[in-house]
Design a protein around this ligand. Structure first.
Ligand SMILES: *Cc1c(COP(=O)(O)O)cnc(C)c1O
Length: 433
């Protein structure tokens, strides 16, 4: 696969280069020069394949020339080693649960795949691959667990002190091995600024093989297409072939992957983007003018993004054609009060406990359905296990949440984190030590 930059279509880089750079120097985003189409025969018979088989087929279509077949098969099977079931809440509404991976969030798909791709391409290298990541919660956990034990790599995670949930902090700080956590006495933005400064530091770039586990990495986008095909396969096996996906959206990587799957030939009627009050995209789809705003804090904090970094990819997929995007994407936004009500209704009416991000997706899926009657199944994506967001629930509902296997173990493991002020020199000595 060759990739260009959304800022420069003449740029042509290899998959390996795009993976280690994350971002082109011109600050655009990498996009595949060609979107592979899956054979109609495969799509017609997709119901007979497993998630791993579908994942391999899709991965091959993108990077079959970059990683030999046997290696790619082993890589996919190692990365995608958990379930992603579709569960029906009613006759025509279903939830695609993407939180059955090790960090209990859909980011496991991207992080596990990317870590193994980076590990694969680092095999011949003698220097350790130093992965730096700033997190507001979910990304760090997925990256830590994704890279845990991957040979030739070491991860340094920066997270803001006191601003992540208990389960999230445990997922960042209890591993040891090749994972190190720094608890920064500051905000997420401070963490991100320290990471950026490290990449711009000449001495560090010279002495260390640095890379970023950024969410815009192309090796995180590709594996997120897998589960759209897999959801379709599950519905197809039940005789359903028309569907609308609703995706809780922050940086718009998840829904961007869905739209990429659509461009690869996946039959989907519509994508619905569900946001919290950070509603830059819903406003854009109505007004046609893209006006990002500073992010506001909400209950669904993994979607607190004022200027979604993957939106340019979606525009690129549709050749900047607003009316074409409007034809394929609808969007709705909700405030915290509506989110809490939705959590409550899902619990009372369907006995389903959803994390706030997922609850927002359910609201949007219902709003879309009200406006667009049809015979399609409405599938909303559940992006995280509710146990990661204790503040979002009344105590009696939280008490009803069944912890995933392994979650209890974290509680007994010791936190290992280096406390640090917002101080680049301290961060730099830590990295060089
Ligand atoms: C990251 C995240 C999102 C947002 O996904 P994007 O790809 O950034 O749109 C939604 N829900 C949860 C739980 C997340 O961790």
């Amino acid at each position: 696969m060759k990739l260009y930059s959304t800022h420069n279509k003449d740029l042509s880089v290899s998959f390996q280069e795009a993976v280690f750079n994350s971002l082109p120097a011109d600050k655009g985003l990498y996009m595949p020069e060609e979107i592979p189409r899956l054979e109609p025969f495969f799509i017609a018979h997709i119901a007979q394949y497993s998630l791993q088989e579908i994942a391999l087929k899709v991965a091959q279509a993108f990077i079959g020339n970059d990683i030999p077949a046997a290696d790619l098969k082993a890589l996919v099977e190692d990365a995608i080693n958990f379930e992603a079931p579709v569960k029906f809440l009613s006759k025509d509404t279903a939830v695609l649960e993407l939180f059955h991976g090790p960090s209990y969030a859909f980011k496991d798909f991207g992080a596990r795949f990317m870590s193994r791709v980076m590990g694969y391409f680092s095999k011949e290298e003698t220097d350790l691959l130093e992965v730096l990541v700033a997190t507001s919660g979910d990304t760090g956990g997925a990256v830590a667990l994704g890279f845990l034990g991957v040979e030739g790599t070491r991860v340094t995670i920066l997270y803001p002190k006191g601003k992540v949930s208990k389960v999230q902090e445990q997922q960042l700080t209890t591993h040891g091995q090749n994972i190190r956590a720094i608890e920064v006495d500051g905000t997420f933005d401070d963490c991100q600024a320290l990471v950026k400064q490290a990449f711009n530091d000449e001495e560090l770039s010279k002495k260390l093989r640095l890379t970023s586990a950024n969410s815009i990495n192309i090796a995180r986008l590709i594996p997120q297409t897998f589960y759209y095909f897999w959801a379709y396969a599950q519905l197809k096996s039940q005789g359903i072939s028309e569907l609308v996906f609703t995706v809780p959206s922050g940086n718009f990587g998840n829904i961007g992957a869905g739209l990429l799957a659509y461009k690869m030939g996946l039959p989907v009627n519509k994508f619905v983007a569900a946001t919290n009050l950070n509603d830059t995209v819903p406003r854009y789809l109505v007004s046609g003018s893209y006006e990002p705003k500073p992010s506001v804090q909400t209950l669904a904090n993994a979607m607190d993004v004022g200027n979604p970094s993957n939106w340019v990819r979606i525009q690129d997929l549709f050749d900047q054609d607003l009316s074409e995007i409007q034809g394929m994407v609808s969007a709705y936004s909700y405030d915290d009060e509506q989110t809490r009500e939705a959590i409550d209704r899902l619990y009372k009416d369907f006995n389903y406990i959803a994390c706030p991000h997922t609850a927002i997706a359910w609201l949007a899926s219902q709003a879309y359905k009200k406006e667009h009657a049809g015979r399609y199944a409405s599938v909303f994506l559940s992006t995280a296990h509710p146990c990661k967001f204790p503040d979002a629930f009344p105590a009696e509902v939280f008490a009803e949440i069944t912890l995933p296997e392994g979650a209890q173990d974290y509680a007994t493991q010791e936190k290992q984190a280096t406390a640090m002020a917002v101080d680049f020199e301290a961060f730099k000595s830590f990295l060089l030590a």
